[in-house]
Design a protein around this ligand. Structure first.
Ligand code: NAD
Length: 284
């Protein structure tokens, strides 16, 4: 299948990076979110990141910033998805919100369109059940920040067809990315491990075993990680971490996934990490 137009649902941390990467790979992008304010912030962010990318490596980005941006259309109306070939969904990590989105877009998108869920933990088979095209639904767990991360965790749901996986691989190749394909279980490979690690790091902080800086320094200096677990949590977003660990807790009914009360408290206090300037650290 030849992919020309890609629908991106959600213009937050992930949707913004995805829209940029897809437009740089010369796909036409329709970026959907619930308000014009969110969309105009996303467009501004993409413009800023493209300018920076061009300044740092002009050869890697021969096109002008405006030319890349001209391939991104922002909308608050799902009706704009009438001609998409591929959809990548990036709304908040809550089943009720995602389910509603799939119910809305399924009847609008062309029958051939593939749906990729960029979820952190929700079962792809469950997501597919909210559509009338389960064989054309898969998980594509992009890493953050999307334009800089070359690897994607691709998840095969119960009904995902070989053709769907093939189409997804083609899209990723055009974006200059590779993938590892895994089977569907909540959290997949990456977040079954990462979310537990981050949650336990927050327990360390809550138990006053060490400061955030010291926790992260141990992971960076002793294990050679580029970032410690609490810095990583700030990058992902503490709200997204909490929702993901809640999904894991509910999915496995296993107490090892119980969210740390300090994490809940920080999210309730509006400390969402880098995206709003305050998390375990503060940002400009
Ligand atoms: P975010 O909170 O930054 O953005 C979510 C966006 O979804 C918001 O802009 C919100 O307005 C929008 N949204 C909510 N309801 C909507 C609707 N009905 N229609 C259209 N848009 C709607 O979250 P994020 O970090 O971008 O995460 C998005 C998804 O990607 C989540 O499922 C998350 O688990 C997953 N994910 C996140 C990361 C990460 O590092 N942040 C990495 C991989 C996957």
């Amino acid at each position: 299948m030849s992919i020309k137009q890609v629908g991106v649902v959600g213009a937050g941390v992930m949707g913004t990076g995805l829209a940029q990467s897809l437009a740089q790979a010369r796909f036409d992008v329709i970026l959907l979110d619930i308000s014009d304010d969110i969309l105009s912030r996303a467009r501004g962010e993409i413009r800023k990141n493209l300018r920076l990318a061009k300044m740092l490596d002009p050869q890697a980005m021969p096109e002008s910033v405006d030319s890349v941006l001209s391939r991104i259309t922002c909308t608050t109306e799902a009706g704009g998805f009438g001609a998409v070939d591929f959809v990548i969904e990036n709304v908040v990590e809550k089943w009720a919100v995602k389910e509603q989105v799939y119910h809305e877009i399924d009847p609008i998108c062309p029958p051939h369109a593939v749906f990729a869920a960029n979820t952190s933990a929700i079962s792809i088979t469950r997501i597919a059940s909210a559509t009338g095209r389960p064989s054309q639904v898969l998980g594509m767990h992009f890493m953050n920040p999307v334009p800089m991360k070359p690897m994607v965790e691709v998840i095969r749901g119960y009904h995902t067809s070989e053709q769907t996986l093939h189409t997804a691989r083609e899209l990723l190749t055009t974006m200059g990315k590779s993938c590892v394909v895994v089977q569907d279980m909540p959290g997949f490979v990456s977040n079954r491990v990462l979310m537990l690690t981050i949650n336990e790091a927050v327990f360390l902080l809550q138990d006053q075993v060490a400061s955030a800086e010291d926790v992260d320094t141990i992971f960076r200096s002793c294990f050679g990680h580029k970032m410690g677990p609490l810095e990583t949590a700030d990058l992902i977003g503490l709200d997204t971490i909490l929702y993901s660990i809640e999904v894991l807790y509910e999915s496995y009914n296993d107490s090892k996934y119980r969210p740390c009360p300090l994490l809940k408290k920080m999210v309730d206090a509006g400390l969402h990490g880098r995206k709003n300037g305050r998390g375990f650290y503060t940002y400009e």
